[in-house]
Write a protein that binds this ligand. Sequence first.
Ligand code: DGY
Length: 320
Amino acid sequence: MSQTHRTRLLIARKVPAAVANRAEADFHAFVTESDMDSASVVDFCNRHDVPAILIGKKSGLQAEHIAALPSTVRIIANASAGFDHMDVAAARERGIAVTNAPDALTECTADFTLLLVLAACRRASEYERIMRNGWGKSFGMTDMLGTRVNGKTLGIVGFGRIGRAVAKRAQGFGMRVIYTDVRRADAALENGATFYASLDDMLPQCQVLTLHVPGGGVPLMAKKEFGLLRKGAVFINAARGGLVDEDALYDALTSGHLFGAGLDVYQHEPNVDPRFAGLDNVFLTPHMASATIETRDQMGFTALDNVAAVLDGRAALNPV
Ligand code: DGY
């Protein structure tokens, strides 16, 4: 850990060098070299009376951790959009501000979602493995066919920043976009997408379905919901693994009900249910949708901006 000057800040997850440098220039920063766990964060805060903490998934703070923090803590900044790794209500009760980084990763997550759509529809995983195994056999007109993307109907669950950014890209690929959310978006934001008030009503219309809602709570996609998708649909998830009943997804993939899936998130990360790795019709990535140099820097900078605002006595920029 390195220490410099000014107000104390614990950076409890490993951040990009540019973020660490700025933290050290702007704060009396304690910058960890590897992701800290929750107990170490609590212990560190008590020993150093820090007013601000930047956390990640491994250093997620549940109610018992928050109760054990010293009264000096004024802000817990997440360098991520998701904050399902912490108990926001418990922090609020103690008067601790909680922030996230909602804008920083919108574009790259949307790009990656389209990567999953294209890869799952066009069998990228299988084609790539064929090439790595030396190819050696020409394919005929009926062999190894994918399913076309352009002209298909994409259903988006959650029409927030990322959902809308996905819609824009999908329209560029000639897809028809429909969406569901708790309320209908303004026409300008809707940009030609069709609103469905209920997920169950939307599902039968989708040829490709993608989730863009926060995690937590019961799975949104379980046996009944997969059953409502039409046969041959493609399922995409770059949001949170907990949104999906993985047994139901596996059944839908192996029964032939779904054409395929593109998955970046899983119920038990960093472990993936090994059954998925055995399926040809699934394109799998290890929770990397926001993983670009530019976005990871911006996620860290956003967390620092929030810390600066709260410690300066201003309102948090991205309160959750
Ligand atoms: C987020 O920020 O929530 C992304 O999933 C990366 O963790």
